[in-house]
Design a protein around this ligand. Structure first.
Ligand code: HAM
Length: 426
């Protein structure tokens, strides 16, 4: 309908049936998988203090500089809609004193908000499924998180993806990498875009996220971050690659992935899909060994990932697999003709539902033909018809829409009716 006075905001959308059923189905698969690996759900607020993300995601990142939905509340506090959930998980972990536990494994679902320029696969409100493992330094935890992501996309029937992986090293290594990059980039400063010239001064690693062709050419010549890792970080990364190979997980080492958020240290990774077009990142994550301490906690390591649900849906659409996740139709559609039959049918529906048979009617006074057409459209296998004649004789018509076969069933014989619908003998 055109000219409606109210519309969804730019970059946001409604998720309606049958797509909403696909979401439920995917979420259910994710929940089952996560609990199998010992992860538990966390639900954090959608609004947080702005400074949480300034401190964690980073003051000079695109997210904080250009994409935050932030505002002052009535008390003058600076609030924002969360652009991601990693920082919220760490805040909640510290606030609930969970850092005394040996390891905490969270998973979450939910909306995130970034004021980006909307396009296919990029929204202002989008939804992530993510995991965060807090309080662990072992490379085996990096491996578990990556394994979980790969298993998750397999559960979602997505096949064509590419895992790109890199290491940024520890704080000292990151400093060394930044200094080296700054030295090289400053020599070519005038060839960089104005924003990257500024990034060279303020946060040089952000230059690597630049999509401008002239910057890309220069970025391509930068040395690999891996060449600048200390012995410990090198060993951590190699052990991770070895165990991924033992798990038969295919990856490519991409020595220039730095990720668009500042908190990462050591392992960073992205899962891309060629089905997605320009916004090709299906999921991304990495280790953030300083964040717990930066947000006021002890010095403990952590690692996680987040997957973009809208992009999963696009990839499923593109690969023709969306239908695999669409809701199964109802088992029975009830067609009643006349007021008395409506009442009889209404009560019958409840008796059938109690026997675990899914059934609905349309409550309209439309004709038998129109109602049959609707049952057909909804792809419902059985129709029960109750008209005046059936009411008088105390029986129902059960019609199998697939074969066209129909029979009369005595209204007292609910068991027989249920058996027929379930396809059981007798
Ligand atoms: P991210 O790379 O900013 O990482 O986002 C993760 C995923 O969210 C992306 O790969 C993409 O699928 C989806 N996504 C991001 N922005 C949008 C958007 N505007 N529209 C649609 N989808 C989008 C994080 O958020 C980190 N918190 C991941 C993480 C968890 N790292 C460690 N733990």
């Amino acid at each position: 309908m055109k000219n409606l006075p109210y519309k969804a905001l730019k970059g946001t959308k409604d998720i309606l049936p049958p797509e909403s059923f696909v979401w439920q189905n995917l979420e259910e698969k994710a929940r089952r998988l996560f609990s199998h690996y010992g992860y538990q759900e966390i639900r954090t607020p959608i609004i947080e203090e702005l400074k949480l993300f300034v401190r964690s995601v980073g003051e000079t990142t695109d997210i904080v500089q250009k994409e935050m939905f932030s505002f002052k509340d009535r008390g003058g506090r600076e609030i924002c809609l969360r652009p991601e959930a990693t920082a919220s998980c760490v805040r909640a972990y510290l606030e609930s004193n969970l850092s005394s536990e040996p390891i905490v494994k969270f998973y979450y679902f939910g909306p995130m908000f970034r004021a980006e320029r909307p396009q296919k696969g990029r929204y202002r409100q989008f939804h992530q499924i993510g995991v965060e493992v807090l309080g662990a330094n072992s490379y085996l935890v990096d491996a578990e998180v990556i394994l979980l992501l790969v298993e998750l996309v397999k559960e979602f029937s997505l096949e064509h993806f590419l895992l790109k992986i890199n290491s940024l090293g520890c704080t000292e290594d990151k400093k060394k990498i930044s200094e080296e990059y700054r030295k090289i980039l400053l020599k070519r400063k005038e060839r960089l875009c104005p924003l990257c010239q500024e990034r060279c001064e303020r946060n040089v690693l952000r230059v690597l996220d630049c999509k401008e062709k002239r910057c890309q050419e220069i970025i391509g010549d930068l040395p690999s971050t891996l060449e600048m890792l200390c012995e410990n970080c090198r060993r951590h990364f190699q052990s991770l690659l070895d165990i991924l190979s033992s798990l038969n997980i295919k990856y490519t080492v991409e020595p220039r992935i730095v990720r668009g958020l500042d908190y990462y240290t050591r392992t960073v990774f992205e899962l891309t899909s060629e089905l997605l077009g320009s916004q090709d990142a299906l999921a991304a994550g990495g280790r953030y060994d300083n964040l717990i301490e930066d947000l006021g906690g002890p010095s403990l390591g952590a690692v996680g990932f987040a997957l973009g649900m809208e992009r999963v849906i696009i990839a499923l659409e593109k690969s023709g697999k969306l239908n695999e996740f669409v809701e199964k139709p109802l088992e029975v559609f009830l067609i009643t003709l006349g007021e008395e039959a409506d009442k009889e049918g209404f009560l019958l529906m409840e008796r059938l539902r109690k026997k675990d048979i899914s059934v609905d009617m349309d409550y309209s006074g439309k004709s038998l033909k129109a109602k049959m057409r609707r049952a057909d459209k909804l792809k419902i296998r059985f129709v029960i018809i109750i008209g005046e004649d059936e009411l008088k004789k105390g029986r129902y018509i059960l019609r199998d829409m697939q074969s066209g076969y129909q029979e009369m069933i005595n209204k007292e014989d609910l068991e027989k009716l249920c058996k027929k619908i379930r396809g059981e003998q007798g």
